[in-house]
Each structure stands twice: as structure tokens, then as C-alpha cells.
Write a protein that binds this ligand. Structure first.
Ligand code: ADP
Length: 498
């Protein structure tokens, strides 16, 4: 019996036991080396599928296909046709949404309650990029040169895009890279994360079904140091769109230096979530808790440094700990599960390592604090929601990205102080402010050095609203009209008319 049958879920024909292959030039092919790797369910340790392991040679083949497609008929496809293509993809994703969400759950562990909740986001992104496909345009610009000389700009696709994504939200991460590429007329070579490649591969089948021309989207799973590095360093790739850790981001920049390709980076964070005593605390408790516990803390913009005004600190942090303890941790296939496993053994070791460091540094675990086993969880990588109190700014758990369900709760006394301490990080991705005082909200929205500020909410995302980092959280924006600009070149045209 497969794991899926045990949990009485619909059969997924995609998981038929056959090895999964690479998508290159519209064909499913073996890796040139013939090598494969296995992908596992992090809730149970069970093997889900064997996947072709792409490396440099496969990246070369995929980039060549993407280049041919870019220079071939794809460059003459009209915006309205790219729009129709994206709308067909959206319809297919909608029709197969349960299956795609379940694949995300199986491959990286997030509970079905979360992956199925991504429906609006996944479909909204595809339909937003579809809309934007016909809204791209240059400008006519009055210049001040003497005589009659006319100037305007063209927006042109940047070319072959190398997209490298992490494992923490495979379906939406894939759409976030492929959507703008198709909308702008680029072609793509996508490297999914080795921990969770299945959803991107199933999506690849749907892309072909929707009629994406050969070579426009290529999907090459493989390891970061081989396939990923080959893509980032490839001479014929015009842009790399990367999401992952800041350490890998630095390697991507170095690899990109050869041909000076364009780079956009969405990296990690250590985001401040600031709770004032005047906030609606009943709403802020679950809000601040889920700003970290959602996806088991495996979200780059998670609000992991929880600053709480001192006079409500004990009560508030106690409330967050109690909320954390109330969450159901378990196999993501169980509809009641709210917090799933971490994605891998490596991630489990990393997070439990930080739990030990926190305790040694003198922080007090009010909830969680060690790996969860028993009750069928022994083979999985489960860490319960953890709340550390008495955290000091200089502790490693207050400075380093843990990427697990771990809150570091820190008291503060006044607004200038919390702005200074909140900004005292090399990251700048997300941030939260909880207050009923509108002037405080506006002051902090300006003062915080981060790409997103969420007031009385956390992690709100929309295809039309740009998302991205300040400082070491990266550069470039995803979502919003800025996202399309990342995939476009601006060409100035001058015409002497007399
Ligand atoms: P995480 O710690 O979240 O796994 P990584 O930055 O290691 O983050 O991985 C994100 C993506 O980057 C994955 O697809 C991974 O395979 C890829 N990757 C890792 N190392 C490199 C590298 N040196 N060059 C290019 N891609 C890489």
C-alpha cells in the first residue's frame, strides 16, 4: 500500500513508480549521465519517486533549447497569445489543483490545510501575469536636443532566464518564475530544489498540455552545486532569478560575473515583528504566532524576532506559547494538521542545533524546545512550535536565520529603541507592527528597513503587490509591475525626422 492509500487520499497517477525525467525542448528525457536521485516524504521518510539528476551537460542542452526557442517563433508570438497561454495554464492548474497541492504536501511536508489554501495565490499569479502580458509598453519621451529628433523606448524580453528555486513552496515558487517569463516573452530553464522537485515536474506536464512551445520552459532537477551552479554560471543565460539562502545568493553573484548576467535575488531574513501594548492583543497573539509557525517557520519573511512592549511582554509571550502548544503537529496529509515536518534531516539537524544553542545562551523555552517523536512521528522531521523568552539581541537565535518554527521573544520600552534594534540586522525582508495607534503604524512603516511592512497582519501577499528584500535579503521584486521589469530590457530608439 502506498502512503497515499493509507491516508485515504485520491490516487495520484503521477506517482506511478516510474522515474521522473527532465523536461528539455518539449521532451521528457533522461539525464545525460544516466544518474538519478530519490525524493522522500519528510513526514514518514518514505521514498516518493526517483528523479533524473540533471547536471552541467543537461543544463547546456536545456539552455541551448531555450536559446533556440527565444530566437525562433516564440519571439514573434503576440502579447495576446502569451496571455491566452497563461490563461490556459491557469485553467489547467485550477483543474489539477488538489493534485498539485498534495504533491507539495508529500514532497516538502507542509500540511494540506496550507497547500490547498494556496489556491487563490497560485491561480491569481497566473492570471495576473496573463493580464500583464498585454499591458507591457515603452514610452515616448520628449528630449531637448536641437532639431527634429524623436525618442521612444521599447521593452524587450531579457532572453534566456535561469530560475533556481527552493523547496519551501514548490508550486507557487515555480509559478513565480515561469509566469513573468511567459508574460514577457522570455524562455526559462528552471532548476527545482533537490528536496522537492515533484510539483514542478507535474506542472511541466501541464505546461505542455497547455501548449507551451518546445524549449520555452525547460525543467532540470538536480543538485545546487552541479546543475544550479552550471545554470548560474552559464555563458548563454541572460538573467538568473534566484530564491534561496543568502550564502547561495553570494555564490550566484560570483557565478554570474562571467557574462555579467542580470541577477535578481530573494534571500533570507530575520524579520522583526513588533507588538505595542496598545495593540488588539487577542488578534496579535495568533498573528505573531503564525508569522513564524506557518510552514514550520520555513518562510524567508517569517517574523522570527518578536519584539514585545515590556509592560505586556510576559502576558503576550505566554499567550503566543500557549497558542503554539495548541497547534496540531503531524503528517501534512491529515486534514487536522496545522504544522507539518521540516523538509529534511539536514533541516532538522540545523533547527534542533539552534534549539540547543538558544538554551545554552540562556533563553527560556516556554513552548517546544526539542524534536517531537512518538505517535507515529519517529520517521519524520518534526519540531514543535517553539517560543524562546528572555532573548537578548546579541544571542545567535536573535541574529541568525533558523528556518524553523522558532520565535525569539525580546522585550522593548519605546519606539525609537525598537526601530533601532529592529533594524540592527543584516537582513531586510519582512516586518510586522501591531498597534491601534495610526501614527505609530505610519512612523514604523517608514522607519523599518525592509521590503514589506505588515501592520496588524503578517505575510499578506498578492500578485499585484511587490515583494522583495533590502540589504542582505536580496534585490529585485517579485509580484507587481516591478516583477515584469526584472524580465525586460529597455531599449531607447532615436529617430531623426528632419
Ligand atoms: P536552502 O537552504 O533553502 O535549501 P539554498 O540556497 O541552499 O537554500 O537552495 C536554494 C536553491 O539553490 C536550490 O534549488 C539549490 O539546489 C540551489 N543551489 C544551492 N547551491 C547552489 C549553487 N552553488 N549554485 C546554484 N544554485 C545552488
Amino acid at each position: 500500500m502506498t502512503v497515499i492509500e493509507k491516508l485515504k487520499l485520491p490516487h495520484i497517477p503521477f506517482l506511478d513508480g516510474r522515474p521522473k525525467r527532465l523536461l528539455i525542448d518539449g521532451q521528457w528525457v533522461e539525464a545525460a549521465s544516466g544518474r538519478t536521485f530519490d525524493t522522500f516524504n519528510p513526514a514518514t521518510g518514505e521514498r516518493l519517486a526517483t528523479v533524473a539528476e540533471g547536471d552541467k551537460e543537461d543544463i547546456d542542452r536545456a539552455v541551448a533549447a531555450a536559446r533556440r526557442a527565444f530566437e525562433g517563433p516564440w519571439s514573434r508570438v503576440k502579447p495576446a497569445e502569451r496571455q491566452r497561454l497563461l490563461l490556459r495554464i491557469a485553467d489547467l492548474v485550477e483543474r489539477h489543483f488538489e493534485e498539485l497541492a498534495t504533491l507539495d504536501t508529500l514532497d516538502m511536508g507542509a500540511p494540506l490545510s496550507r497547500t490547498t489554501n494556496n489556491r487563490q495565490r497560485a491561480l491569481g499569479m497566473l492570471r495576473y501575469y496573463a493580464g500583464m502580458a498585454t499591458a507591457l509598453h515603452g514610452e515616448t519621451i520628449d528630449n531637448s536636443l536641437p532639431g527634429e529628433i524623436f525618442s521612444y523606448t521599447l521593452k524587450e524580453p531579457v532572453g534566456v532566464v535561469g530560475a533556481i528555486i527552493p523547496w519551501n513552496g514548490p508550486l507557487t515558487a515555480t509559478i513565480w518564475k515561469i509566469g513573468p517569463a511567459i508574460a514577457t516573452g522570455c524562455t526559462v530553464v528552471l532548476k527545482p530544489a533537490e528536496e522537492a522537485p515533484l510539483t514542478a515536474l507535474r506542472l511541466g506536464e501541464l505546461l505542455l498540455e497547455a501548449g507551451v512551445p518546445d524549449g520555452v520552459v525547460n525543467i532540470v532537477p538536480g543538485y545546487g552545486e552541479t546543475a544550479g551552479a552550471a545554470l548560474a554560471g552559464h555563458w548563454d543565460v541572460d538573467k538568473v532569478a534566484f530564491t534561496g539562502s543568502h550564502l547561495t545568493g553570494q555564490k550566484i553573484i560570483q557565478a554570474s560575473a562571467g557574462n555579467l548576467k542580470r541577477v535578481s535575488l530573494e534571500l533570507g531574513g530575520k524579520s522583526p515583528d513588533i507588538v505595542f501594548a496598545d495593540a488588539d492583543l487577542a488578534a496579535a497573539v495568533p498573528g505573531a504566532a503564525m508569522a513564524v509557525f506557518a510552514n514550520s517557520g520555513q518562510i524567508c519573511s517569517a517574523g522570527t524576532r518578536l519584539f514585545v512592549e515590556r509592560r505586556v511582554y510576559d502576558e503576550f509571550v505566554g499567550g503566543v506559547a500557549e497558542f503554539g502548544r495548541s497547534l496540531k503537529v503531524g503528517n501534512g496529509l491529515d486534514p487536522a494538521t496545522q504544522v507539518g515536518p521540516l523538509v529534511s534531516r539536514e533541516q532538522l539537524d540545523r533547527v534542533t542545533g539552534y534549539l540547543d544553542i538558544g538554551q545554552k545562551e540562556g533563553a527560556r523555552a516556554l513552548a517546544g524546545g526539542s524534536r517531537l517523536t512518538g505517535e507515529g512521528l519517529d520517521q519524520g522531521y518534526f519540531v514543535p512550535p517553539t517560543v524562546f523568552a528572555d532573548v537578548k539581541d546579541e544571542m545567535r537565535i536573535a541574529r541568525e536565520e533558523i528556518f524553523g518554527p522558532v520565535i525569539s521573544a525580546i522585550p522593548f520600552d519605546d519606539i525609537e529603541e525598537v526601530v533601532r534594534r529592529g533594524n540592527a540586522t543584516s537582513f531586510g525582508l519582512g516586518s510586522g507592527v501591531w498597534t491601534r495607534d495610526v501614527s505609530k503604524a505610519h512612523r514604523l512603516a517608514r522607519a523599518i528597513r525592509a521590503g514589506s511592512v505588515w501592520v496588524n497582519c503578517y505575510q499578506a501577499m498578492d500578485p499585484a503587490v511587490p515583494f522583495g528584500g533590502y540589504k542582505m535579503s536580496g534585490y529585485g521584486r517579485e509580484s507587481g509591475k516591478q516583477h515584469l521589469d526584472e524580465y525586460l530590457n529597455v531599449k531607447a530608439v532615436w529617430i531623426k525626422t528632419a
